[in-house]
Design a protein. Structure first.
Length: 133
């Protein structure tokens, strides 16, 4: 069905974080998302099914209790270490899974194999002033 297809497309952009897995969507208009079938319609479908939450303002974040504490971000088995030298949060994009979305993604998800996606999200972290290793 169209809903299953939408969920599988979105989960291909899922990154692992210390706070759990989440789709990394920063600019839904960027070609990397469009080329792989993820757009506003996909987000609307999945939000209406209560599988994701789209941040109305700003981005969802990992919050740490220590300034600059590094966080390990994974994608397709590859690790990236990210830290915020100016604060205690690391922005994770506009979308996060709800509890039903987390449960469904554990048993049904697309393979995280988007070419150059790791490079893309690392660049997005750098643009936001984060340290990336």
């Amino acid at each position: 069905t169209r809903e299953v297809d939408a969920f599988l497309k979105l989960t291909r952009f899922t990154i692992g974080t210390p706070a759990g897995s989440c789709p990394y969507i920063v600019n839904i208009e960027h070609r990397i998302y469009k080329e792989h079938g993820v757009d506003y319609n996909v987000l609307q479908i999945l939000e209406s099914l209560i599988l994701i939450n789209v941040a109305p303002l700003g981005e969802h974040s990992i919050i740490s209790d220590k300034r600059g504490l590094p966080a390990e971000i994974t994608y397709d088995g590859s690790k990236t270490i990210v830290s915020n030298p100016n604060g205690t949060s690391i922005p994770l994009g506009l979308v996060k899974f709800t509890i039903p979305g987390i449960e469904l993604s554990a048993i049904c998800s697309g393979r995280p194999d988007i070419p150059n996606f790791k490079v893309y999200f690392e660049e997005q972290f750098v643009i936001k002033g984060l340290n990336v290793k």
